[in-house]
Design a protein around this ligand. Structure first.
Ligand code: AP5
Ligand code: MG
Length: 213
């Protein structure tokens, strides 16, 4: 099963993608997590990506597409995957579609996690992220068992550099301009499914399971 998670920054794509990956035993592939791991490890890609990410802008398609296609070509993706944060532009969606077409394959579902802008800024300031394993928490809604420590891997939790309110506003603007058109793109292909992302995370997950079967 090949799934794309769509939604504004902070809609809960990563939260839901992790649960989907676990339930269906497929890899969770997040371009944001890949970039953050590269930043943490001080790679050349990380240096390039950080500039854009800290400004709330998209990393250029040339850098992003190659990384994603390399990742999904790995063996663990053979039976499917859940993409979180990719595609984010129409050109990225077209490249992915063409690459899959060449393999006689296609995306099965594009799930739009719908959350209005008003809710987003509040969510982001409370988010804490694990840069090691990609887990996310929320200081009010989804707190870790021990404050500041990841339940899954025991690493320190941080406020992401791009979760400052002014950067979140810019990310939302970029989302509406460049990513929201993908909703029409996948509606035209009859694979778009929407869920109400303002519900409790477990309810959102149940709604997604009802779609995926
Ligand atoms: P990326 O890491 O993908 O960030 P994003 O899209 O801005 O999304 P977030 O990770 O911020 O939010 P999310 O939807 O995953 O929400 P989460 O589950 O954490 O990308 C970062 C940057 O990398 C981009 O800005 C760009 O620069 C670059 N980039 C990445 N991919 C790219 C691409 N393809 N092309 C170009 N550039 C790219 O949830 C948010 C918070 O809410 C958490 O605290 C969570 O615990 C909480 N929460 C989740 N669900 C609920 C719920 N139902 N109720 C209450 N709280 C909830
Ligand atoms: Mg995320």
């Amino acid at each position: 099963m090949k799934i794309i998670m769509l939604g504004a920054p902070g809609a809960g794509k990563g939260t839901q993608a992790k649960m989907i990956a676990e339930k269906y035993s497929i890899p969770h592939v997040s371009t944001g997590d890949i970039f953050r791991a590269n930043i943490k490890n001080g790679t050349e890609l990380g240096k390039q990506a950080k500039e854009y990410m800290d400004a709330g802008k998209l990393v250029p398609d040339e850098l992003t597409v190659k990384i994603l296609l390399d990742r999904v070509a790995q063996e663990d993706c053979a039976n499917g995957y859940v993409l979180d944060g990719f595609p984010r532009t129409i050109p990225q969606a077209e490249v992915l579609e063409d690459a899959l077409k060449k393999l006689g394959d296609q995306i099965d579902y594009a799930i739009n996690v719908d959350v209005p802008d008003e809710n987003i800024v509040r969510r982001m300031s409370g988010r804490r992220a694990c840069l090691k394993c990609g887990a996310t928490y929320h200081i009010e809604h989804i707190p870790p068992k021990q404050e500041g420590i990841c339940d899954t891997c025991g690493s320190e939790l941080v406020l992401r550099d791009d979760d400052k309110p002014e950067t979140v506003q810019k990310r939302l603007q970029v989302y509406h301009e460049q990513t929201q058109p993908l909703i029409d793109f996948y509606t035209e292909r009859n694979i778009l499914k929407a869920v109400d992302g303002t519900k409790d995370m477990k309810e959102v997950f149940n709604d997604i399971i009802a779609i995926l079967g």
